[in-house]
Design a binder for this molecule. Structure first.
Ligand code: SF4
Length: 248
């Protein structure tokens, strides 16, 4: 084999090894053959002001007691990521770990979300991750130290917290919102077909006082931990997300 061909082969092998480690959240066999390069956040000349506006909003969230969740939370969990993010991932609400640390998606689901994002060149630093409610909904609000005490937020709690989420969207102006799971989908688009029917289909969300944003519903990472068969659907959604981001 000619020297140039050997060099080409070595490069290709190196690329495949890198890809397989990036996509190790997928089961063997459904691993993608697509390449991926890091997707940077959007550039914006108003970076300082966006960051400042998000920080000011976080302060308001930390002080908020508008709904009953504010009375039992240990920490409010406004969100994490880049003020210049082109993608916002929106989940249901903080759980035990998030309530204790004040950061969204840091338990097992969060670790899986990190891997999913990495597989298409995104990261916690380049996207923005938030929830439909910023405080931990608990079955027994008197016991925030108990694990397994989580429950979905009520429609009233989501409605009370909505202005914060809308303001985050209006500040960041993401190109795409990805909702994670049935609760987040319902919170954003209201009652409609179940997540199993609309997953992967492009929708639109218009925050109060802002412009419409493309919305892609997919499964929550916790659902993937319960049923690994769902990973291939999420991978399909992530490839579509990457394609959309690259189409700018
Ligand atoms: S969940 Fe939202 S509305 Fe309710 S107290 Fe927390 S920040 Fe305020």
């Amino acid at each position: 084999m000619a020297r140039t061909e050997l060099t080409k082969l070595a490069k290709e092998l190196r690329r495949r090894v890198e890809l397989s480690s990036e996509s190790d959240w997928l089961a063997a066999g459904s691993r993608p053959a697509a390449t991926t390069a890091p997707i940077p956040p959007a550039k914006n000349k108003e970076e300082g002001s966006r960051t400042e506006r998000l920080a000011a909003l976080s302060k308001k969230i930390h002080a908020c007691r508008l709904c009953s969740l504010g009375a039992s939370r240990l920490n409010a969990v406004p969100g994490v990521g880049s003020a210049e993010a082109r993608v916002m991932f929106i989940g249901e609400g903080p759980g035990f770990d998030e309530d204790h640390k004040g950061e969204p998606f840091i338990g097992r689901s969060g670790q899986l979300l990190d891997k999913i994002m990495e597989s298409i060149g995104l990261s916690r630093q380049t996207v923005y991750i938030a929830n439909t409610v910023k405080c931990h909904p608990m079955k027994d609000p008197s016991n925030p130290e108990a694990r397994g005490n989580d429950r979905p937020p009520t429609p009233e709690e989501m409605a009370a917290c909505r202005p914060f989420l809308d303001e985050q969207i209006n500040i960041i102006e993401p190109k795409i919102i990805v909702t994670l799971g049935a609760s987040a989908l319902k919170a954003m688009l209201g009652d409609g077909p179940p997540i199993t029917k609309v997953r992967g289909q492009w929708r639109e969300y218009r925050p109060a006082g802002g412009a419409a944003v493309k919305l892609l519903p997919t499964f929550h990472p916790a659902a993937l931990l319960r049923d690994p068969n769902l990973k291939k659907d999420v991978w399909t959604d992530m490839k579509n997300l990457k394609k959309e981001l690259e189409s700018e």
